[in-house]
Every structure is written in structure tokens, then in C-alpha cells.
Design a protein around this ligand. Structure first.
Ligand code: FAD
Length: 289
């Protein structure tokens, strides 16, 4: 089923994001993870895509296919276009189609250091979205940034660029993670005011690993609220306590978002089913209400 139909049917969708095992990792490890995530009955699961495209999407395609064809759960395959040609993108889209995958999250990807000035066939994600929509019948999502994208000239220019994604056919949007819901509420007010009316699902990452979160802060410019910093300072050397606190923090964030009418919750579960299970236990009743 196309994901836009799921958004039409449900008040709030629940989805999980997973990533393929790294370069030398055995793809089979992810299948145990999927077994455990599938029983939580998400509305769909997304699979990330390597920006450099070294494996030409092989693992993303394989995993998305298992989600869709073995577990009968809708799959959202990420696809990046940085450095790709339209011929390569067409080939990958054909492979997705051959596996019955109907939904693509169309991204630019991070530009490799030193290649900033190289000419690219697809300059931005909006170009990829236009290309996919023109030639194919996929439901297409795009990324959006309640705290503006790190390269953007300004908050306003980032939102104007987002409008291009939607004007070029994006059916829904998925946010970058954030830890302060106020960024999201301000962002929603602004995007709705310029007629960006597609569903926006919210990316939530439970903070259970200090190093990982610090990496995200550096890479994405995510703000850490004071309340959040206190948790890290107090429990950084106590993984069990940090996990409990991180899950409680994310649960509170999600409850606030759902009661404010968010279209969907997209959990960055970091291939850790235990985290997904605990969060779903905390919010399951609220999601059904
Ligand atoms: P774009 O929408 O192209 O935007 C990039 C920058 O260019 C922004 O600053 C924007 O304001 C600016 N811009 C856009 N259009 C124009 C224009 N016409 N003129 C001038 N400036 C413009 N990365 C991966 O490698 N693999 C993944 O699987 C992956 N999944 C992700 C999932 C989500 C939900 C999110 C939020 C991010 C994901 N990323 C992934 C990271 C993403 O690739 C990076 O954030 C990347 O730097 C930007 O991608 P984008 O699609 O948002 O780019």
C-alpha cells in the first residue's frame, strides 16, 4: 500500500527507521532485528541508503524487500542522489519496483568533503523528487528540518526550498530529529502558512548513547535543551540509567506531539528492538486513542 493512503486512514502513524549493517557487516543480522520489530506492527518501516552509493543500494533494496514481501509491512526505501546519474537512479527505481516497493524517501545525501563544487546531475532532493514523480508511480517523501538544515542560508530559505520539494510532488515529509518540540511547532506554523499541506511525520531518536547524540548535534546542528543536558551530565557513565532516562524523555516528547495532533511518529530505533518495544509500550494506548 502507498504510504499516503496510510496517512489518510490513521490519525497518527507509527513507523520505524533501520539502517543496513555497515560495510563488512552480515546482512543476516538485520533479519533478527526485523523479526522483533515486526511484532510491534508498525504502519511502515524505512531503510536508510548509503549516500556515497558504494553498494548501489543493494542492502537497502534487499532489506526493504524482506520488510514488504516477507513481513507484509509497508516499506519506505530511502534513496540519495548526490553523485548519481539519472541512468543509475532509473536502474535503482526499477529494482525497487521489481520488489513491489511503492514508497521512496527521496534525499540529496551529504556532499562528500572536497566535492562541494563538483557539478551534479541532481543538485537537490527536489530535483530527485521531480524526476521520480515524472517517470514513475511511487509515493515519494522528502526530509524536512524544524531546526534548519545545517547548510541552509537561513530558516526562511530552507522553508522556501522545502516548498520546492512539495511543489515537485513530495507526498509527505519526515523531520530530522529534534529534542525540543517547540522547534517543530514553530516550523509547522510557518510551513502551513505557505501552503505546505502534506502530512509531516516526526523523527524521534531516543537518547541512549551520548556519543551518538553528540555526533548528531555536530552533524545536524540539533539543539540539546537544558533538561536534556542534565540527563547526560548525570548519567553519561551509567548506560542502564541513561537508557531509562532517554526512553522516558522520548516518551514524554511523543505524548506531547500526539496530543498536539502530529501526523506520525517515526522512531529512529537504531536497529535496537528493545528500545522500540519499550517506547511502544509507553505510547501504545495513546496511539490507539
Ligand atoms: P535538500 O533538500 O537538497 O537540501 C540540502 C540543502 O540545500 C538545504 O540546506 C536546503 O535548504 C538547500 N537547498 C535545497 N534546494 C535548494 C535550491 N533549489 N537552491 C539552493 N539551495 C537549496 N542521508 C543518507 O545518506 N541516507 C539516508 O538514508 C538518509 N536518510 C535521512 C532521513 C531523514 C528523515 C533525514 C531528515 C535525513 C536523512 N539523511 C540521509 C540525511 C540527508 O541526506 C542530509 O541531511 C543531506 O545533507 C540533505 O538532504 P536533503 O534531502 O534534505 O537535501
Amino acid at each position: 500500500m502507498k504510504i499516503n493512503k496510510i496517512f489518510e486512514k490513521k490519525n497518527t502513524t507509527l513507523s520505524f527507521e533501520i539502517f543496513p549493517p555497515k560495510r563488512d557487516g552480515d546482512i543476516k543480522t538485520i533479519y533478527n532485528t526485523l523479526d522483533e520489530l515486526a511484532v510491534l506492527k508498525p504502519d511502515y518501516m524505512s531503510v536508510t541508503y548509503g549516500a556515497a552509493g558504494s553498494e548501489k543500494g543493494d542492502k537497502t533494496i534487499k532489506i526493504a524487500s524482506v520488510i514488504k514481501n516477507k513481513y507484509q509491512i509497508e516499506a519506505l526505501a530511502h534513496l540519495t542522489c548526490v553523485g548519481a546519474t539519472s541512468k543509475e537512479i532509473s536502474e535503482i527505481l526499477n529494482r525497487f519496483r521489481n520488489e513491489n516497493i511503492e514508497n521512496i524517501l527521496a534525499l540529496r545525501g551529504d556532499i562528500p568533503i572536497g566535492k562541494e563544487n563538483e557539478k551534479r546531475e541532481f543538485g537537490y532532493a527536489s530535483d530527485l523528487i521531480k524526476y521520480i514523480k515524472k517517470n514513475n508511480d511511487f509515493t515519494v517523501g522528502g526530509a524536512c528540518y524544524p531546526e534548519p538544515h545545517i547548510e541552509s542560508k537561513s530558516r526562511i530559505s530552507d522553508i522556501i526550498n522545502l516548498k520546492k520539494k512539495v511543489d515537485n510532488g513530495a507526498d509527505f515529509l519526515v523531520t530530522q530529529l529534534f529534542f525540543d518540540n517547540n522547534y517543530y511547532y514553530d516550523f509547522m506554523k510557518d510551513i502551513r502558512s505557505i501552503d505546505i499541506n502534506v502530512p509531516v511525520t516526526v523523527g524521534i531518536m531516543p537518547a541512549i548513547n551520548k556519543r551518538q547524540i553528540e555526533r548528531m548535534v555536530t552533524m545536524c546542528g540539533t539543539t540539546l535543551p537544558v533538561k536534556f543536558k542534565k540527563i547526560f551530565d548525570k548519567y553519561e557513565d551509567n548506560p542502564e540509567a541513561l537508557k531509562d532516562a532517554g526512553i522516558a524523555y522520548a516518551s514524554e516528547q511523543i505524548i506531547d506531539l500526539i496530543s498536539s495532533g502530529v501526523d506520525g511518529i517515526h522512531l529512529y530505533v537504531m536497529n535496537k528492538p528493545e528500545i522500540a518495544k519499550r517506547l511502544v509500550k509507553n505510547i501504545g494506548g495513546i496511539l490507539k486513542a
